[in-house]
Design a protein around this ligand. Structure first.
Ligand code: GDP
Ligand code: ZN
Length: 461
């Protein structure tokens, strides 16, 4: 394939003093040589591949030196895009890197679209689609655990498993083919049925295992949607603040004054929480507050985790009891706050209402009990299993949907065999399973889907 030469700022993860401009394409070396002034007049096109060179970037129009740089010269195909790649490390940080990028664009390069480097890596066959998607997850990862999961996928762990399953299906299909070609041999049919059921149930099991990781995988990738509920003044905003460790939500003494739904991300022992503070879920005549309340109910429905806050220094009210009812059947952690004040709450009743939910007591004012709460959150969702570093996770909604469909398709194939359905019908379900799995790694996906997926990327990746 042939592409023009693209350029973008691609500063590595974690902010640093060094910023990088990346250039990829057939003209990468030529364009860079128009600007680069190396020691002793050396040209990048003459240097050994995968070497780094000190020098300056000069504006060829004015002859003025713009920046002091280190340039990595990498000839394809052993590069991320499989194309010729130049990386210019600018010591001057962001301003400097912008100036260099501008010079590259003035001298023959085109500004890369978001995700275009990764898209090229995919189109040039360097990585498959699930790996490309992992690059995107890596960029967005909010915790180390999420990053490790994305790295595993980027290294091709999921791809390899999917390829193995597809291979199994191909073998079944080959036998089915024989069966269709030689229908007169009864023992061929017998053998085919047996091996079909064996291999198909293996594939089905593996898909099931993958799908079982999807809840944790999705949490790692997207964050655990967490809603803080409780009646006014119990300490919801204080809890949010204490988890975020900075004061973004408004804390106030007036009951019912947290009016907007505010979102925050926090990292609780490797679990990314998407925190939502709500205006409580009581009925009220106040219009401003009711908007908040309606939003709250909707947010509640979509939550993965509920933090239900009660006031230790106040008696339980019917409102508290209603909140318990509203969150029935969900993952709830009950927090009894304000333990620094005199007890008015009936803890026996609280335990009754909490049933099997975890219960922690806190004094947010005195910074007590927050550790217990964080422990409760982490153990609720990652009871050990996530620590296993060699696990393959699915986290991507697209992958999960395809795996579900593949599971149904192989199920139908197996049912067909058991019910004595003609083998060419079974063949259709098997082929479909094979195709659905293929879509995960980007085999036979539609071009518009590819464009859509890559358009979600950050610039410079
Ligand atoms: P919200 O309406 O549920 O969001 O409650 P806030 O977080 O706004 O807190 C209401 C008031 O209770 C504020 O004045 C807080 O400082 C106070 N507060 C929060 N937690 C505690 C606590 O543990 N002990 C005491 N004594 N006061 C608290
Ligand atoms: Zn509040």
């Amino acid at each position: 394939m042939e592409f023009d030469t693209i350029a973008a700022i691609s500063t590595p993860m974690g902010e640093g003093a060094i910023a990088i401009v990346r250039l990829s394409g057939d003209q990468a070396f030529e364009i860079a040589d128009r600007l680069f002034r190396g020691v002793g007049g050396k040209r990048l096109k003459d240097v050994a591949s995968h070497t780094i060179h000190y020098g300056h970037i000069m504006d060829p129009k004015t002859g003025q030196i713009a920046e002091e740089v280190m340039v990595s010269a990498m000839k394809g195909p052993k590069t991320f895009t499989k194309e010729d790649v130049i990386e210019i490390n600018c010591h001057g940080g962001l301003v400097s890197v912008n100036r260099v990028l501008q010079l590259l664009l003035n001298n023959g390069a085109r500004l890369a679209e978001p995700g275009e480097f990764t898209k090229r890596a995919f189109l040039n066959g360097r990585i498959d689609l699930s790996q490309a998607e992992a690059v995107m997850d890596l960029i967005r990862a909010k915790t180390d655990r999420a990053m490790n999961m994305a790295l595993g996928q980027m290294e091709g762990r999921l791809s390899k498993l999917i390829q193995k399953l597809r291979q199994e299906i191909l073998e079944i299909l080959a036998h089915v083919e024989v069966n269709i070609d030689y229908p007169e041999y009864d023992d061929v049919e017998e053998m085919t049925h047996q091996m079909l059921m064996e291999k198909a149930s293996y594939v089905k099991q593996e898909i099931e295992k993958l799908l079982q990781t999807s809840q944790q995988g999705k949490i790692l990738r997207e964050g655990l949607s967490t809603v803080i509920v409780g009646r006014p003044n119990v300490g919801k905003s204080s809890l949010l603040n204490s988890l975020v460790h900075e004061n973004k939500a408004i804390v106030t003494d007036i009951p019912g004054t947290t009016r907007d739904v505010i979102e925050e991300y926090v990292n609780v022992r490797g679990v990314p929480l998407r925190l939502v503070d709500t205006a409580g879920i009581r009925e009220t005549e106040d219009i401003v507050e009711r908007i908040g309340v309606e939003k709250s109910r909707q947010v509640l429905k979509e939550a993965d985790l509920i933090l239900l806050v009660l006031n230790y220094s106040d008696e339980l009210t019917s409102e508290d009891e209603n909140i318990f009812k509203a969150v029935e059947g969900m993952d709830v952690i009950v927090i009894v706050n304000k333990t620094d004040l005199d007890q008015k709450i009936d803890m026996n009743r609280v335990r009754e209402l909490s049933k099997h939910h975890k219960l922690v007591t806190t004094s947010l004012l005195e910074d007590q009990g927050v550790d217990d709460l964080e422990e409760a959150i982490a153990s609720l969702f990652f009871a050990g299993s996530i620590e296993a570093g060699d696990m393959t996770y699915v986290s991507n909604t697209r992958h999960i949907a395809l795996l579900n469909q593949a599971q149904n398709a192989i199920d139908e194939a197996m049912q067909g065999v058991e019910m004595g359905t003609p083998i060419d019908i079974v063949q259709i379900d098997l082929t479909r399973t094979w195709e659905l799995l293929g879509e995960i790694i980007g085999d036979s996906v539609h071009e518009s889907l590819i464009d859509q997926l890559f358009s979600q990327f950050c610039l410079g990746k």
